[in-house]
Ligand binder design. Structure first.
Ligand code: HEC
Ligand code: HEC
Ligand code: HEC
Ligand code: HEC
Ligand code: HEC
Length: 236
């Protein structure tokens, strides 16, 4: 099994893969890459090389909807990589599959009301914040194959909202007090991140969701904000 996982990694991560290619020799490595691609494409191989459990919301999402085939034929990709290895080309080609990108997620998760759209954070003024929390890509906070919804600590709001000032603050414990007390895990207790849940934020600190409930949700537990969402993912 382990061998198959490693073979599969070959087709996924071209750069480290190619470094290894240099080590173990071109002749051996290219058939290995082809084998990995064949396994990934053939349905029967899926469970063999899957890295870990897919999160529950994705049980109906096919591998190929996140793992898009690399451009060009296998033959062209191999030729390009051989040229790269021989120093005749400055760049390598993705082999078999592209790395997973936010664009794949957005084919199903595009939302017009997004509170924190990833493209905004590519602006230079977010550079420092993004060094702490990479909000420019879905994979900065979400992974897959780990059976969890969100892979970041629930205090990451501090990277961008440390200077938050509200003109009129409706809270019994106002935002500036929460921030002065570094009560950063309270934020997700009242606000979801994407703004996709219908339930409005409460105004009493005591009504914020407890940290335990939040951590369970970020892992794979039930949704404390309730199940009424503005947008459901669209299966494309
Ligand atoms: C919802 C999207 C999604 C689905 C569905 C999905 N994957 Fe993945 N997969 C990912 C992400 C994200 C990574 C992490 C690698 C990365 O950062 O590009 C990954 C990593 C992998 C890796 C390891 C590659 C590496 O570079 O470490 C393999 C192999 C893999 N997936 C196979 C599968 C197979 C087989 C299926 C179907 C059973 C599947 N995946 C379904 C998103 C997905
Ligand atoms: C083929 C469509 C499709 C693709 C591609 C896809 N998703 Fe999903 N995703 C869904 C569906 C369907 C659900 C469950 C319904 C919902 O939550 O709207 C879901 C749910 C989720 C959830 C919530 C899980 C839950 O159970 O509450 C997260 C987080 C998520 N997706 C992130 C991602 C990320 C990150 C990517 C890209 C790596 C991605 N999705 C790619 C269709 C997709
Ligand atoms: C800076 C961190 C961060 C980034 C970047 C991020 N997310 Fe999330 N995401 C979260 C957190 C935290 C939650 C849990 C709170 C919530 O439900 O809003 C979440 C929840 C979700 C959910 C389930 C709740 C819902 O809104 O339906 C989906 C689906 C989702 N994210 C998809 C995505 C996709 C797709 C991208 C990229 C376009 C993305 N996320 C980028 C942090 C992030
Ligand atoms: C990478 C930077 C970044 C991070 C991290 C971040 N935010 Fe934001 N947030 C923003 C920006 C930018 C806005 C828009 C402010 C504006 O338009 O004036 C915003 C807006 C908001 C809004 C107001 C939305 C509206 O519709 O008016 C809320 C609520 C919010 N964020 C909560 C959070 C919470 C809770 C977290 C942590 C879970 C968080 N944010 C993390 C940058 C960020
Ligand atoms: C007790 C619940 C609660 C907590 C805790 C809380 N908020 Fe709020 N927040 C609200 C309510 C209610 C509003 C006003 C209505 C709205 O925007 O939903 C608000 C408004 C906001 C806004 C919009 C400000 C504007 O100018 O319109 C941002 C941004 C925000 N909160 C971020 C945060 C951050 C960051 C934290 C953590 C330090 C946090 N909130 C903690 C309930 C809460």
């Amino acid at each position: 099994m382990q061998v198959l996982k490693i073979l599969a990694r070959f087709s996924q991560r071209p750069l480290p893969g190619l470094k290894r290619v240099r080590q173990i020799g071109l002749a051996a490595a290219i058939p290995v890459g082809v084998l990995a691609v064949v396994i990934l494409v053939s349905g029967s191989g899926e469970s063999l090389i899957s890295q870990g459990p897919i999160q529950s919301g994705h049980s109906d999402v096919a591998c190929a909807q996140c793992h898009l085939p690399a451009p060009g034929s296998i033959r062209q990709q191999m030729q390009q990589n051989v040229r790269y290895l021989l120093g005749a080309s400055p760049s390598h080609a993705d082999f078999g599959y592209q790395p997973v990108r936010s664009e794949a997620c957005l084919t199903c998760h595009q939302r017009p009301n997004e509170r924190h759209p990833i493209y905004r954070f590519r602006e230079p003024r977010f550079q420092t914040a993004v060094a702490e929390i990479n909000a420019t890509t879905c994979l900065g906070c979400h992974g897959e194959h780990r059976d969890e919804r969100v892979a970041v600590e629930p205090v990451f709001c501090k990277s961008c909202h440390a200077k938050l000032v509200l003109k009129i603050d409706p809270l019994d414990v106002p935002h500036d007090e929460l921030i002065a007390a570094k009560d950063w895990s309270s934020c997700l207790g009242c606000h979801d991140f994407h703004g996709n849940h219908r339930t409005p934020a409460p105004i009493r600190r005591l009504d914020a969701h407890e940290l335990d409930a939040l951590l369970a949700y970020l892992k794979n537990g039930s949704d404390p904000y309730g199940h009424e969402k503005i947008y459901q993912a669209v299966m494309k």
